[in-house]
Design a protein around this ligand. Structure first.
Ligand SMILES: Cc1cc2nc3c(=O)[nH]c(=O)nc-3n(C[C@H](O)[C@H](O)[C@H](O)COP(=O)(O)OP(=O)(O)OC[C@H]3O[C@@H](n4cnc5c(N)ncnc54)[C@H](O)[C@@H]3O)c2cc1C
Length: 489
């Protein structure tokens, strides 16, 4: 009887000591932060930190030691000047919609929330570029550009809230990136602050590299907060298309859906978007407030063509015919703004609706050669059904960018293990068919354990050398992308 009691007492007292130590360290961190930023910009209470524990995935919680919200770029630079001496990790956070565990304090530390850096500094319509701060929400930029007849094409479905900073740091994609290309195609310049507080410019309104021989800008895009804090960007714009037609077509099974996708990709109408919702995805939309009369029980393709009016009008019937010939008995199309917007709203809300279906979900972001689409998706259904884990697929089919969502309850013992096993098997198959781990969400800490499936030790060493050259101690967003990339205080 004595043994367990004694060990309990010892444990309790050691917790007391470490809690005491922790609160001492925390109060010292707090007072240091208050020398770097005005008082109202530093947050350390449990209630203030609670909302910063997770990202869009929600099931892995890492509460930071502190959160700072700089009022502007100058305050962010001021913070970065003193950040190294804090000896804790520094994690940049935009809207926190990442689906890869990117903006969380996996090794503790300070989260820098960029929500106040939200100025659109210039819209140079004639030059087809704009200058924006990193905290600007994507849809706010769209709304500001539209009256001028221009647009910024990358369109992640999280557009109402996600920030340009998060988009650039994860090289975001979106539905229309099939034709228009992802974020990296539109970043002309990046302004970034390194850990010593030095402000660097990579490129600018005219694009290029800025005062650098190598193209460092390319390293910044998709760096997932591991290199520097972005403050602003210069982004390339395009003229708004004159005419847009949106199609929806349903298919009875995966094989015919895949055939329709191949036919669309090969067609000279060159669609802007080819999206797919599986029957569960359609049912989820139809049982929500986003219901828009989609026929249930089938796989659905959502396709869009755009461009000069006469040209696009001439392509409508050939595209509809192609969709029918591929096996659809139900092809609808429209150029009416209201109808089109309703369809897109339903598609883009799908990710958010998952949260209403299930307490937690894991979404994968694999990219595969499109010829393997039906085969890999079948594997997803087979594995998930066998494990009793519902899988919902809503994704950018034209890009071969799969997003299987595995719904589970993290409170049920064993559920997460099952999801992780299915995800691993899926990723192994993805690599075997010639695909890769991420198309747009980034690796974060959710997919870092899969990195060795794709990259050998030499390749991992070389890739790790990039963040190491910016911050050798790995103070910027540690434990992301690479499992072994720890901050050595
Ligand atoms: C419903 C839903 C739908 C989605 N659809 C898509 C989609 O279609 N396409 C797509 O690509 N993604 C999608 N996502 C994922 C996510 O929205 C994107 O990755 C987005 O780019 C993240 O932006 P954010 O502002 O939320 O960044 P956060 O989640 O806050 O951060 C993401 C990463 O960027 C880094 N970061 C943020 N700001 C800065 C900065 N100023 N400087 C340096 N690093 C920074 C963070 O450290 C982190 O590593 C979706 C997410 C949800 C919830």
């Amino acid at each position: 009887m004595m043994g367990p009691w004694r060990s309990f007492v010892l444990k309790a007292s050691s917790i007391d000591i470490s809690t005491h130590k922790h609160s001492l360290v925390k109060s010292s961190l707090e007072s240091q932060l208050k020398t770097l930023l005005p008082r109202g910009r530093v947050f350390t209470s449990a209630a203030q930190l609670a909302g910063y524990g997770a990202d869009g995935l929600g099931y892995k919680n890492h509460i930071p030691d502190a959160v700072v919200i700089p009022a502007d770029a100058e305050e962010l630079v001021g913070f970065m000047k003193g950040a190294k001496a804090l000896h804790v990790p520094v994690i940049l956070r935009g809207a926190g919609t990442s689906l890869s565990g990117g903006p969380v304090a996996a090794q503790g530390g300070v989260i820098v929330h960029t929500s106040a850096l939200k100025r659109i500094r210039e819209m140079n319509v004639k030059g087809f570029w704009c200058e924006v701060e990193c905290g600007v929400a994507l849809n706010d930029l769209d709304a500001a550009l539209k009256p001028h007849g221009v647009f910024y094409p990358p369109d992640p479905s999280s557009g109402p809230v996600c920030t340009l900073g998060g988009n650039v740091a994860s090289n975001a994609g979106g539905a229309h990136c099939f034709r228009y290309g992802v974020t990296s195609n539109y970043v002309l310049g990046v302004e970034a602050v390194t850990l010593d507080g030095t402000v660097h410019r990579f490129g600018g309104p005219a694009g290029g590299r800025g005062p650098w021989r190598e193209d460092w800008k390319r390293f910044m895009i998709g760096s997932e907060g591991t290199l520097a804090a972005f403050t602003r960007f210069w982004l390339r714009l395009l003229p708004l298309p004159e005419k847009v037609w949106t199609f929806r077509a349903t298919y009875p099974d995966l094989k015919t859906t895949e055939a329709a996708i191949h036919a669309l990709v090969a067609h000279t109408s060159y669609p802007a978007a080819i999206e797919m919702l599986d029957p569960r995805g359609v049912a989820m939309v139809e049982s929500s407030q986003m219901a828009c009369g989609l026929p249930e029980g089938s796989f659905m393709l959502l396709v869009e063509i755009d461009g000069p009016e006469p040209l696009v009008n001439a392509r409508v019937e050939p595209v509809a015919e192609l969709l029918r010939r591929a096996g659809s008995k139900d092809v609808m199309f429209s150029d009416e703004d209201e109808l089109r917007k309703k369809l897109w709203k339903a598609r883009k809300a799908a990710g958010g609706l998952l949260g209403q279906l299930s307490p937690a979900y894991v979404v994968q972001d694999a990219v595969i050669p499109k010829r393997a689409l039906a085969e890999v998706l079948q594997l997803v259904y087979d594995e998930a059904d066998a494990a009793g884990i519902p899988a919902v697929n809503v994704f950018h089919a034209g890009d071969g960018n799969l997003h299987p969502n595995f719904l589970f309850d993290s409170r049920v013992p064993g559920d997460l293990d099952k999801v992780e096993l299915i995800s691993k098997r899926l990723m192994q198959r993805v690599i075997e068919v010639g695909g890769t781990l991420s198309g747009e969400h980034g690796i974060g800490n959710d997919k870092s354990s899969y990195m060795p499936l794709v990259f050998g030790p030499d390749s991992m060493r070389l890739q790790l050398a990039v963040p190491a050259s910016f911050n050798p101690a790995h103070q910027m967003n540690p434990l992301k992308v690479f499992d072994n990339r720890r901050f050595a205080a």
